[in-house]
Write a protein that binds this ligand. Structure first.
Ligand code: TXA
Ligand code: MG
Length: 320
C-alpha cells in the first residue's frame, strides 16, 4: 500500500525522480507524474491500464505558467481561465513542442487546468514542471474522491498519496475548447455550462459518445461500477426487484425507502442540493459497489445546473 500523508517535500521528491503520486484536487484525485518526462507519462498509462489514445490533462499553478506550454491562448478561452482558474475547468489549447506527444496522444491540442486545492497548488508552485494527471482510478472505473479510494486501487503501484481530504466538487472538470472560434464543451463537469455561457454566450455541448471521441471521458461506458447499475423510477424498480428476490442497493437523490434496509441505500442529498449530491456521488457509487448487493438501482437528478453533469456520469455508469 502507498503511504498517505501531507508531506509536500516527499511528494516533490518522488515526482522529481519520475515516480507517480496521488494528488488531491477539488474535482477528483489525480494520478500525477512529471508531464515533461515521457517515462513518467508512460508509467501513468501503464499504472491506470489506460489506452494510449486517451490523452492526459496537464496541471499547472497559474494562467501565466500555463502559457509556457501552449503556442496560443485564444481570447475567449483566456476569459474563461481568468474567471474560473483555479477551478474545475480544463481548456484545450494548441500545444508547444516541449509537451511530449504522449501527453496529448499525438493530438495538436493539450488539455490544461489549474486545480483549486491549496495543497496541490503549493506542490505545483514548488515544482519546476507541470503534472500530467488523469483521475487516479483504473481505466473505466469510478473516479476517486478520497485518498483511501486511490489507495485501495492503485496503492500497490505508487509510493505516495498526498492527503487533501475529500474532494469538494466531486465531479471531474468541465472540458472546453474552440471549434471555428466557437466554444464547445467536450465533457460536462464541475463547472456548470451556465457559468461559461454567462461570459461567452451559447456554447455547443458535444459530450455524446462516438467511436472516435475527442475526449474519451465521452466513451459511453465509463465511470462504471462493477455491479450492474440500473436507472429508472426508483419506486417501481424497488417493487420489481423485491418481487423477483434480487439483492439490490439503492442510490437516490434525496429520498429514503422504508422497505429497503438502511445499509443498502444512500441518499446523495436529503435536502436536494445538487452540489452536495455531486460531492457524494462517486463515494456513494463505490460504497454500494463494494457492499454485498448484486445490483444497484438509481435515478436521474433534475437536469439543471450540476444535475446535468451528474446525470451524464449516472448514464455512463448504467451503459454496459
Ligand atoms: O477534474 C479532472 O479533470 C481530473 C483531475 C485529476 O484534474 N482529471 C481527469 O482526467 O478527469 P482524466 O484523464 O480522467 O480525464 C481527462 C479527459 C479525458 O477524457 C481525455 O480524453 C480528455 O480529458 N482530454 C485530455 N487531453 C485532451 C485533448 N488534447 N483533446 C481532447 N480531449 C482531451
Ligand atoms: Mg478519468
Amino acid at each position: 500500500m502507498a503511504q498517505i500523508g501531507k508531506d509536500l517535500d516527499l511528494a516533490k521528491s518522488f515526482l522529481e525522480k519520475g515516480e507517480l503520486v496521488g494528488i488531491p484536487t477539488e474535482t477528483v484525485y489525480g494520478l500525477a507524474g512529471n508531464a515533461l518526462n515521457s517515462g513518467a507519462v508512460a508509467s501513468i498509462f501503464e499504472t491506470k491500464n489506460r489506452p494510449s489514445f486517451d490523452p492526459l490533462i496537464l496541471h499547472t499553478s497559474s494562467l501565466k505558467r500555463a502559457e509556457e506550454f501552449v503556442s496560443e491562448f485564444p481570447e475567449k478561452l483566456k476569459i474563461l481561465a481568468e474567471a474560473y482558474w483555479p477551478g474545475p475547468l480544463t481548456l484545450l489549447l494548441p500545444k508547444k513542442s516541449i509537451v511530449p506527444d504522449l501527453v496529448t496522444s499525438g493530438l495538436d491540442r493539450v488539455a490544461v487546468r489549474v486545480p483549486n486545492h491549496s495543497l496541490t497548488l503549493e506542490l505545483l508552485e514548488n515544482l519546476e514542471f507541470p503534472l500530467a494527471a488523469p483521475s487516479a482510478n483504473p481505466f473505466g472505473y469510478i473516479s476517486p474522491t478520497r485518498p483511501e479510494h486511490v489507495n485501495s486501487q492503485l496503492g500497490d503501484k505508487i509510493p505516495y498519496i498526498l492527503d487533501g481530504g475529500p474532494c469538494q466538487v466531486g465531479l471531474e472538470s468541465t472540458i472546453v475548447g474552440l471549434e471555428n472560434g466557437s466554444p464547445v464543451v467536450y465533457r460536462l463537469g464541475g463547472l456548470e455550462v451556465f457559468e461559461i455561457e454567462k461570459l461567452l454566450g451559447e456554447v455547443l455541448i458535444k459530450d455524446h459518445s462516438s467511436s472516435n471521441p475527442s475526449a474519451p471521458g465521452q466513451l459511453e461506458s465509463h465511470y462504471s461500477p462493477r455491479k450492474p447499475f440500473v436507472l429508472g423510477y426508483l419506486r417501481t424498480l424497488i417493487q420489481e426487484k423485491t418481487a423477483s428476490g434480487v439483492n439490490f442497493g439503492v442510490l437516490s437523490f434525496s429520498e429514503t425507502f422504508s422497505e429497503v434496509a438502511k445499509e443498502k441505500q444512500i441518499a446523495l442529498s436529503p435536502n436536494r442540493n445538487l452540489p452536495e449530491a455531486a460531492q457524494n456521488l462517486f463515494a456513494a457509487m463505490r460504497k454500494l459497489d463494494e457492499s454485498p448487493v448484486d445490483l444497484i438501482l438509481s435515478e436521474l437528478m433534475p437536469e439543471i445546473g450540476l444535475g446535468r453533469a451528474i446525470n451524464d456520469r449516472l448514464k455512463r455508469a448504467a451503459a454496459k
